[in-house]
Design a protein around this ligand. Structure first.
Ligand SMILES: [Fe+2]
Ligand SMILES: [Fe+2]
Length: 262
């Protein structure tokens, strides 16, 4: 019996009316597609505000039983909506039908600053991730989800480029992320993340006959599309894009340093 997951990210609810309207259109498209799981890889809110979290909970209430969420750096701002989005340990694994989902919180205290948007994983996180994957039941699709990118991806704005020139880690991948991906080879099937607002996909060389793909959803509500992955007995059997009315970012009024954060 096959099941389908949707990967969505970076809704940035509360950023402007367009973002909220696009999230509502996304919600409707997900309900129509009748997917079994919706994996949301952070930056659910734009400023981590309680009101933005309430908007998310209201909009996505019909999908609540199917949602799996990790926090993003934007969720750590304001009222720290991220604490509610993922309470408890920084690494949590659970079985959801044919999925073995490992949630990893890649945010940290430094994300209280908009200018320090990068992610981090420490030794305890990596040990917990290792243990979580070791517990994966057979014939499940093992999925690691986190907000930040483990592999380098291009800068997306002048602000990010300037930050990199100044030596700030703002647009950097998680330190040691390449080694983490290498350690995941042969042990899981998908790494799902967001943070970078342009979608990306990296295929990693297989180990023990098991392929690994690292998928960046990008900012789903801006892109107007979400990836659907259909799987059965631990194998991906089909993929397609779910499209909906995108919410284009409003004309920038914020200073460059605010636009720099992904
Ligand atoms: Fe982010
Ligand atoms: Fe974002």
């Amino acid at each position: 019996m096959s099941e389908t997951l949707a990967h969505i990210s970076d809704l940035h609810l509360g950023r402007d009316a367009a973002a909220d309207a696009a999230a509502e259109a996304l919600r409707d498209a997900l309900l129509a597609a009748d997917v079994e799981a919706v994996l949301l890889t952070g930056d659910v809110t734009h400023r981590g505000r309680r009101a933005e979290l309430a908007t998310f909970e209201r909009l996505f209430a019909p999908l609540a039983a199917r949602l799996v969420v990790v926090p993003g750096n934007h969720d750590r701002l304001g009222d720290d909506a991220g604490a509610a989005l993922m309470a408890g340990p920084r690494v949590q694994a659970s079985r959801r039908g044919g999925l073995w989902v490992v949630r990893v919180d890649s945010t940290s205290h430094h994300n209280r600053s908009l200018l320090a948007s990068h992610g981090t994983l420490d030794a305890d996180d990596l040990a917990a991730l290792d243990a979580a994957l070791a517990a994966a039941p057979p014939r499940t699709l093992a999925v690691v989800m986190l907000h930040h990118h483990l592999l380098p991806l291009p800068e997306e704005s002048l602000g990010e480029h300037l930050a990199s020139l100044l030596g700030w880690p703002h647009a950097d991948a998680v330190a040691g992320g390449g080694e983490v991906v290498d350690a995941l080879r042969g042990r899981c099937d998908l790494v799902l993340h967001g943070h970078r607002h342009r979608a990306a996909e990296v295929a990693i060389s297989a180990r023990a006959g098991r392929a690994l793909r690292v998928l960046n959803a990008g900012a789903t509500s801006e892109l107007g599309r979400a990836r659907l992955v259909t799987h059965e007995a631990g194998r991906v059997v089909a993929e397609r894009w779910l499209t909906f009315a995108a919410g284009r970012r409003a004309a920038p009024a914020a200073p460059a340093r605010a636009r720099a954060a992904a």
